[in-house]
Design a protein around this ligand. Structure first.
Ligand code: ZN
Length: 152
């Protein structure tokens, strides 16, 4: 590993220590050229969560993409970026939990999670997101959702 001080490529490991949960190893290294000591971390590469789309194709879960969808829905609404971040964290946690064994989650499930969160947060944002997400087929469907909201 390259020495951060002199950029020499030759170093030796002087100590290796695993963390309590066993998920990472910390190594103390010493540069063979200048003697500078530095630390490196080794972790298992996480298997990415894949999203199964409606046409059955798969793509890696992309929290940025989800954020853009939510941003569009909350545009000009009294919703702070902090709130958006917190929703994203919640959804990411839940998605990882649901996809724990298979490393897969359906895009429909993700969409429902976003809608549940937006519904509780801001009804206008919810309707905006739902109308894009569900691609309302007809006016009745849209009217139905508005009616549902009126009854709250
Ligand atoms: Zn060095």
């Amino acid at each position: 590993m390259k020495c951060p001080l002199c950029e020499n490529m030759d170093d030796k490991v002087i100590e290796s220590r695993q963390n309590i949960s066993g998920t990472s190893i910390r190594r103390r290294r010493e540069c063979a050229s200048c003697g500078y000591r530095f630390t490196s971390y080794e972790k298992v590469e996480e298997i990415p969560l894949m999203v199964i789309k409606k046409d059955n194709t798969r793509q890696p879960f992309d929290v940025k993409k989800m954020e853009r969808g939510i941003q569009r829905a909350v545009e000009k609404r009294p919703v702070s970026q902090m709130k958006v971040d917190s929703i994203l964290h919640d959804i990411e946690d839940e998605a990882n939990l649901r996809g724990k064994s298979s490393h897969e989650i359906k895009s429909i499930e993700l969409g429902e999670m976003v809608m549940t969160q937006l519904y509780a947060l801001d009804k206008v944002a919810y309707v905006r997101f739902a109308s894009v997400y569900r691609h309302f087929e007809n006016v009745e469907e849209f009217v139905n959702i508005i009616d549902t909201l009126k009854n709250i």
